[in-house]
Design a protein around this ligand. Structure first.
Ligand code: NAG
Ligand code: NAG
Length: 201
């Protein structure tokens, strides 16, 4: 049994031998079993696509499988810009979506400062890993709380929102609304997920 990546006709494994110079690919087969598993370690976004499992019978037969790779990411609810008056309550909710595992921790940043433990500055962060949720609450926001808030789960792409806190009469900007999250730094935050494709004849 051989495994072939169809995108570039790259021969990955033949029997139990890895042909690819990319050692993330490995064939697994237990004696007397009819399963030939292709194991791909440290899956990357670029691994997505069609894979062929070819059986060297006469004539050869093939099965094709499509591998989808999804990236876990943070998402802050609401528009990417938020406008508040001093004294009002700022509440931000960050959810971790498309994830297979609960985050071990979620850090919040105000500009470049980590603020999870900044209770004395009026900031209250509570995280519920099982629900994949983290809340940031500032009961009485002041002008100094203006800035860029970033939610950084340990296992997902971060998300940011910009909070404007100022005294103003109905600024046109208050009508602003934009997509609910932005993506950052796509490459550094891939999950080291293990994906196996299992063929059972
Ligand atoms: C922080 O907020 C949570 C609810 O979101 C609340 O239960 C908790 O008492 C707050 N902690 C402080 C110190 O205000
Ligand atoms: C907010 O902070 C993030 C992370 O540092 C950064 O990538 C992003 O560009 C910042 N956004 C704005 C509007 O400053």
């Amino acid at each position: 049994v051989s495994w072939i990546r169809r995108k570039d006709y790259h021969l990955l494994t033949v029997g139990l031998t890895t042909y690819s110079s990319d050692q993330r690919f490995q064939a697994i087969h237990l004696q007397h079993s009819e399963d030939w598993t292709l194991k791909v370690r440290f899956v990357q976004k670029r691994d997505a696509g069609i894979y062929e499992c070819q059986v060297s019978s006469h004539p050869p037969t093939s099965l094709f499988l499509r591998l989808d790779v999804v990236e876990a990411r943070a998402q802050i609810s609401g528009p990417t810009d938020k406008y508040l008056k001093p004294g009002s309550t700022l509440r931000l909710q960050c959810s971790v979506v498309q994830t297979t595992e609960a985050p071990a921790f979620v850090f919040w940043y105000h500009n470049s400062r980590m603020i999870n433990y900044d209770l004395e500055r009026g900031i209250n962060v509570t995280t519920d890993p099982a629900q994949r949720l983290s809340d940031l609450l500032i009961p009485a926001a002041s002008v100094s709380h203006t800035g860029n808030y970033t939610c950084v789960p340990n296992n997902a792409i971060p998300a940011s929102i910009y909070v404007h806190i100022f005294n103003g009469e109905n600024p046109a900007a208050m009508q602003s609304s934009s997509p609910s999250y932005i993506r950052l730094n796509l490459n550094g935050f891939l999950l080291p997920t293990l994906v196996t494709i299992n063929i059972i004849r």
